[in-house]
Design a protein around this ligand. Structure first.
Ligand SMILES: *[C@@H]1O[C@H](CO)[C@@H](O)[C@H](O)[C@H]1NC(C)=O
Ligand SMILES: *[C@@H]1O[C@H](CO)[C@@H](O)[C@H](O)[C@H]1NC(C)=O
Ligand SMILES: *[C@@H]1O[C@H](CO)[C@@H](O)[C@H](O)[C@H]1NC(C)=O
Length: 408
């Protein structure tokens, strides 16, 4: 028996499982965020091939939405094109806020916590009104830090991430992530903890064979139970058959959907390539209740994804370009660009349920301003007579030595 997991489905399902109480705008915000996240996921799977992968579509959609608020000109145009919505459209900011509120409803039995934070260099000149616009949309915290004290700044951000992921994500930004030119770090954190509506009996868990794509096998602990599940059989346009099973969490607001190709060696990427909210909605409406023996491995995954390539592949190239990036809606003083975009996700699945966390960040640098040029590496030099263009001397310095004064 073979099982592959699209772990991101757990997160996709966040915006799918329950019909949002507040109706269409929230549903549309959920769809737009999820579909964007799913497109990023697709790009990530292309790059990561057949590796384990855990991803948070909502996390990346949140951070890119934050960047949209900060951007202008062509940079904003590219972000809008990829997100397929503008935060300037009527009703969009309210819908996004309402969506976060709906997902994190404290009356639900499952725990979904989300937080956004903006860590900003203390003396960065911000465009007036930016904070107000930002707060209107995102449930976020703003903290001024001093990025010249790199170790301390990293410690502050990592502590915030750890706190908002229930300790699951530690050391989010590794040493060396924050260079001297950092001005701003945008972070989204999500934490989810849900108990299965039907827990797997612990005594039933035992070692079983798991088939890897390359034909090899491993023995892993698998949980099992016989129960009634929502189940459906589907096929892609290329006639690749797969089945989908739903595992609801207590409270029935959230569930994990697991999709597996029938054939042992069928590429999971064919499935990853077609997933979006519409397909998942179709799964949901075409599934029926059946009694089955379900065997599912316990698993724990930890992924770290560099989002730059995937985001660029979706057309967002200017924001990473120090010359072209336009974040003039955030700061008029410094020219900012996104130096890094990354996501860390951890998920644990066992007999009693699921715990998962993600942290997604964009790190914005100021374009190297020529106020400070430190020649702390080998350089070439030329002494030129300008009116004539004559070069009088030239050379290269590989290891500077203090001048020797003859006769001193
Ligand atoms: C940057 O964006 C602002 C606001 O949209 C715009 O007025 C400005 O012309 C843009 N700058 C460049 C260089 O494109
Ligand atoms: C779901 O069922 C409808 C109606 O039977 C069908 O048109 C549709 O293609 C099905 N969707 C999937 C994903 O199989
Ligand atoms: C499953 O994991 C959760 C933490 O996510 C833990 O609290 C719980 O005790 C674990 N259950 C079993 C049966 O191992």
């Amino acid at each position: 028996m073979e099982l592959w997991f699209l772990v991101s489905l757990a997160c996709l399902a966040l915006s799918q499982a329950a019909p949002p109480p507040s109706g269409r705008p929230v549903a549309r915000a959920a769809q737009l965020s999820t579909d964007f996240g799913a497109r990023v996921f697709r790009e990530v799977t292309k790059a990561s091939k057949d590796q384990n992968l855990a991803f948070s579509p909502f996390g990346v959609a949140s951070v890119v939405a934050m960047l949209q608020v900060a951007s202008g000109g062509n940079t904003r145009g590219q972000i809008k094109g990829a997100l397929r919505y503008s935060l300037k459209e009527r009703g969009v900011p309210q819908a996004l806020r309402l969506l976060q509120k709906t997902l994190t409803d404290p009356r639900s039995k499952d725990v979904v916590e989300m937080a956004d934070a903006l860590f900003v260099q203390r003396d960065l000149p911000l465009v007036s009104g930016f904070m107000l616009r930002f707060r209107r949309i995102f449930h976020q915290m703003v903290k001024q830090v001093d990025f010249t004290e790199r170790g301390r700044a990293r410690g502050i951000i990592n502590a915030w991430v750890q706190q908002h992921t229930n300790g699951m994500i530690q050391d989010f930004l590794q040493e060396g992530t924050l260079g001297a030119m950092v001005r701003l770090v945008l972070v989204n954190a999500i934490h989810f903890k849900g108990r299965w509506q039907l827990p797997f009996p612990e005594a039933a868990t035992r070692q079983r064979v798991f088939h890897k794509l390359d034909g090899s096998t491993v023995s892993v602990p698998m949980m099992e139970q016989t129960a009634q599940f929502n189940y459906g059989e589907f096929s892609t346009l290329e006639h690749m058959g797969y089945d989908v099973i739903e595992l609801p969490y207590q409270g029935e607001m959230l569930s994990m959907l697991i999709a597996t190709p029938f054939q042992l060696n069928a590429p999971l990427s064919a499935l990853a390539a077609v997933i979006d909210t519409q397909l998942i909605a179709e799964w949901k409406s075409n599934m029926s209740t059946v009694t089955r023996l379900l065997v599912l491995p316990k698993f724990s995954l930890e992924s770290e994804t560099d989002l730059r390539g995937p985001l660029e592949a979706l057309g967002m190239t200017d924001m990473f370009d120090s010359q072209k990036a336009n974040f003039s809606c955030l700061s008029a003083g410094d020219s900012l660009f996104v130096a890094q975009a990354l996501q860390k996700v951890k998920i644990d699945v066992n007999e009693s349920g699921t715990e998962a966390s993600s942290a997604t960040a964009a790190v914005l640098y100021a374009r190297m301003a020529p106020l400070e040029i430190v020649l702390d590496r080998p350089f070439l030099f030329v002494v030129r007579h300008n009116p004539t263009g004559t070069i009088l001397f030239m050379g290269q310095v590989m290891e500077p030595r203090a001048p020797l004064f003859l006769g001193a």
